[in-house]
Ligand binder design. Structure first.
Ligand code: MRU
Length: 367
């Protein structure tokens, strides 16, 4: 998407790859919306750390980062022994897989890269195939988001008030985003609407990232406290909810997404407000049989006990808010059951959550 910083507008992708330096290029999302900066990770361990530390975050974006990180790692291998190369590849894969547990996109993205690499007969061939496959994943991510925009824009009518949670915008993907794609497509079609961004404590991805994206795109919006959505729904001030996801179970239609999503889905049902989830195909997990088995990331308690912001000197600073002697729990994600979801917006159209399995071949399921 286009980013305007200090009056200069340029197109940026959230994740890219520099072939000559074998580096992954990432927007440093922890600094947004206060500073726009691109950082380069020089090896696969740095790339994995960038995922863990949330320099890059969001399911599709960490999927592309893991795919590039795998290509980066295997390209750094020196030698011709296929056995040693395969050990090295396994180590790179595992390091990137372990970086964050809940989103399935990194695993799906890297499995796609491995599958392509298997076509090569030499180390050099496999290295080249790895990079081509990572580039293809990034390309598909953008194409999927564009298609989600086309399907999802039909849900948005003039005058609507749309609620979204966390950031499933272009910063959470390579470009465009999923929950935001219908908004951007509707705007391009000349529709007028208003967006409410849940603040999304504890890391405030809604207040910082989604709000920044919408402001960049000149889409009218308000940030609301996470607890305000029920009140606005009760007063008839929200017409539609669109969120993203980190993992959708293809067998059951259950949706893992940023903590607080489940609460919003319950509220939406209570008030008969349509609740949609927008995803690329890489977010579908065809293996797990129960939402309860989705690994839910438990993050550090300091995220709940305080907040990061920018001080008057322009430096990033953490402020303790909570009672100094109290501990906290910090589950990063929750799981919304299929029955609370009106539809899943995919690049191939909108599906009932429980119909994903019926359409699995079309949706990319491979035995
Ligand atoms: O912890 P994050 O910021 O990586 O969380 C992921 C998300 O951004 C959300 O859960 C989002 O709604 C789905 S990812 C496209």
């Amino acid at each position: 998407m286009n980013v305007t910083v200090h009056g200069r507008t340029e197109h940026n992708r959230t994740v890219a790859f520099d072939v000559s330096s074998n580096s992954v290029l990432l927007i440093e999302q922890r600094l947004l919306p206060h500073e726009f900066k691109i950082v380069a990770t020089k090896n696969f361990r740095e790339t994995a750390r960038a995922i863990t530390d949330m320099i890059v975050r969001g399911a599709g974006a960490i999927g592309a980062t893991a795919a590039y990180g795998l290509a980066q790692g295997v390209r750094a291998f020196r030698g011709t022994s296929l056995a040693q190369f395969s050990d090295h590849t396994r180590q790179v894969y595992q390091t990137l897989k372990d970086a964050r547990p809940t989103a399935v996109d990194p695993v799906n993205a890297m499995n796609g890269v491995l599958l392509e690499m298997a076509r090569g007969e030499t180390v050099a061939e496999q290295q080249a195939l790895a990079l081509a496959a990572a580039e293809e994943f990034a390309h598909d991510d953008v194409a999927h988001c564009e298609a989600i925009g086309r399907h999802g824009a039909k849900l948005i009518r003039n005058g609507m008030r749309v609620l979204t949670h966390c950031n499933a915008g272009w910063l959470a993907f390579v470009d465009i985003g999923t929950a935001t794609a219908p908004l951007y497509a509707a705007q391009a079609a000349g529709k007028k609407f208003h967006v409410f961004c849940d603040e999304t404590r504890p890391r405030s991805q809604g207040a910082t990232l989604t709000a920044w994206e919408l402001a960049q795109q000149k889409i009218p919006h308000h940030i609301i406290a996470d607890n305000a959505a029920g009140h606005l729904m009760q007063r008839g001030e929200i017409d539609l909810v669109i969120v993203g996801s980190d993992r959708v179970l293809g067998r059951t239609g259950e949706v893992a997404n940023k903590i607080g999503t489940y609460t919003k889905a319950v509220l939406a049902r209570r008030h008969r407000i349509p609740f949609y989830v927008a995803i690329p195909l890489s977010t579908i997990d065809w293996n797990l049989k129960r939402g309860f088995d989705i690994p839910i990331e438990e993050r550090h308690e300091h995220e709940v006990l305080g907040a990061w912001g920018i001080n008057p000197r322009g430096q990033r600073e953490y402020i303790r808010v909570a009672n100094p002697t109290s501990p906290a729990r910090n589950p990063g994600f929750d799981v919304t059951p299929a029955e609370l979801i009106t539809g899943i917006i995919t690049p191939l159209g909108i599906f009932q959550p429980r119909d994903l399995w019926k359409h699995r071949v079309k949706l990319g399921y491979k035995r």
